[in-house]
Design a protein around this ligand. Structure first.
Ligand code: NAP
Length: 279
């Protein structure tokens, strides 16, 4: 396959480019090569690549930053997807795009399935939902992959932030009233490869298995790093006072992916331990 990875220097894009690049002809483009908000830029990079598959791993991913830059956030996460969907549709190219658990409102108590009603509680989630809507409306050859709580080797993430704070000494306070599924970008990239090579289409939820709160995630990070002299206190989201609200429960059911591919992703603890053995 000839694949164009957009955002190949980002956390997920870098792993996608590396893992797919082992077996496919992969080109990568990022912010210094093109702006996904520009129709002419999008057309140029797609035409130059000669790709038959485009993977969009770009994004305005600063969830709190989106609250004060709604225009910029919607431009990248919604209008950018519209641009790519139109160009790919016109040229018969398959488009793979990533969305988020934050399209849901967090009021469920069992994992969200692909057809559940969306109700984002922050600007980032609303912009990603708008991107989803454009993709579904304008394309008939797409994979829309919702994932959550990403960490990986090529970007700033929660694992790195906890280790950094722990190194600085002192106690940590971590939110305990949001539940989700931490997901290792290398595992996600490998699972995307399975869907791609199986020529699947449509919407899929894809995360590592199991779930936890950010507090429980932080405890495991310190445990796997062998750090014992740092105390972590669980706090409520309201005490943290982040600019953006977040869903209290955003666990995604990955049953559809398992049924379609006969594969499951690893439990989040196993993936985290594997990732941390290399940090
Ligand atoms: N991170 C998560 O926890 C998470 C969870 C669920 C879903 N997702 C989705 O998964 C995808 C990948 O996330 P990620 O965390 O890997 O993102 P990331 O590390 O922030 O990488 C995104 C890449 O896109 C580039 N980019 C930003 N604006 C652009 C523009 N206008 N034109 C072209 N490139 C642009 C970024 O450049 P700069 O770095 O210079 O901005 C960066 O290289 C996104 O769609 C995100 O919404 C992420």
């Amino acid at each position: 396959m000839k694949i164009l990875v957009l955002g190949h220097k980002g956390m997920l894009g870098a792993d996608l480019a590396a893992i797919l690049g082992r077996v496919h002809d992969v080109t990568g483009k990022d912010i210094e090569d093109f702006d996904i908000v520009s129709v002419s830029d999008c057309r140029r990079v797609v035409e130059e690549s000669g790709a038959n598959t485009v993977i969009n791993a770009t994004g305005y991913t600063d969830v709190d930053g989106c609250e004060t830059d709604e225009t910029g956030c919607f431009a990248v996460n919604a209008e950018g997807v519209k641009n790519m969907a139109l160009i790919c549709k016109r040229t018969g190219i398959k488009l793979i795009h990533f969305s988020t658990d934050y399209v849901f409102d967090g009021t469920k108590i069992v994992p969200y399935v692909e057809d559940d009603i969306c109700g984002p509680v922050n600007v980032y989630g609303r912009s990603k939902l708008k991107g989803e809507e454009y993709l579904r409306k304008l394309s008939d050859n797409y994979l829309l992959l919702r994932t959550s709580w990403l960490y990986g080797k090529h970007g700033r993430n929660f694992v790195g932030a906890i280790l950094e704070k722990a190194k600085g000494g002192g106690d940590l306070e971590v939110v305990d009233d949001q539940r989700g599924s931490p997901t290792y970008t290398a595992d996600l990239a490998a699972a995307v490869r399975v869907l791609l090579e199986g020529d699947h289409r449509g919407v899929f939820h894809m995360t590592n298995r199991g779930s936890c709160s950010w507090y429980q995630f932080a405890l495991k990070i310190l445990e796997y790093k062998g750090i014992q002299d740092v105390r972590i206190t669980p706090i409520k989201s309201a005490q943290l006072g982040a600019r953006a609200s977040r869903p209290g429960y955003s666990v995604l059911s990955c049953r559809k992916f398992a049924d379609a591919t006969h594969r499951t992703m690893r439990f989040w603890q196993v993936a985290l331990q594997d990732y941390m053995s290399g940090t």
